[in-house]
Design a protein around this ligand. Sequence first.
Ligand code: DC
Length: 226
Amino acid sequence: MFHIAIDGPGGAGKSTVAKAVAKKLDILYVDTGALYRTVGLYVKQNGADPKNADEVGALLPSLSIEVKYENGAQVVYLNGKNYGDAIRTPEMSMYASAVSAIPSVRAFLLETQKEIARHNSVIMDGRDIGTVILPEAKVKIFMTASPECRAMRRYKELVERGQNVKYEDVLAEMISRDDADSSRAIAPTKAADDAVLLDNSDLSFEENVEAVIAIVKEKVGDEING
Ligand code: DC
């Protein structure tokens, strides 16, 4: 069993690349951002302020989050219901970022993340995977790209999903979310000391996947089948 931790800011391509790598290596892909997004959705459903630690904390006892794998894809259940792409809107990005700065939310989601890795080889992406969730992971990658490049990718992804957004708004939202995620007191976005830095601004998707596979082979070559 081996673990691959991928951290980095939003829009760096972590999830699409990690998904492809998971398929190639026949291991599980765990998208931890989806968990924070799901907490954000619940906070919104209940009309609470996502920045208010007391209001958010008071909702946690009535919230159950389950992660399942259906046809190889991760599905997150909020109190038994799958909300699909409703957690993927720009509004939910901001809600997720706000609730993720609250210590009780991080504590609430900690065990769910660790538990999946306890029983499976995984490639897990997020902000604190190499530093907090899987500090013992044999492969740690900090994946990043310029803000403009990341905003353009996120913009295209949202347009493909049929969302009506402007590039300038996506860029502004991305920069403000980066600031919030990397300056917060608890588990800020940060490369682990032993992480390999991968700036993919000038890489195609395939090159990015190959770069990750090369790092994985170097670190745990004898444990993978691919
Ligand atoms: O990766 P994402 O854009 O889906 O993440 C949404 C938000 O959740 C992000 O702004 C910060 C937070 N997050 C986090 O704090 N820790 C993680 N491991 C994953 C996401």
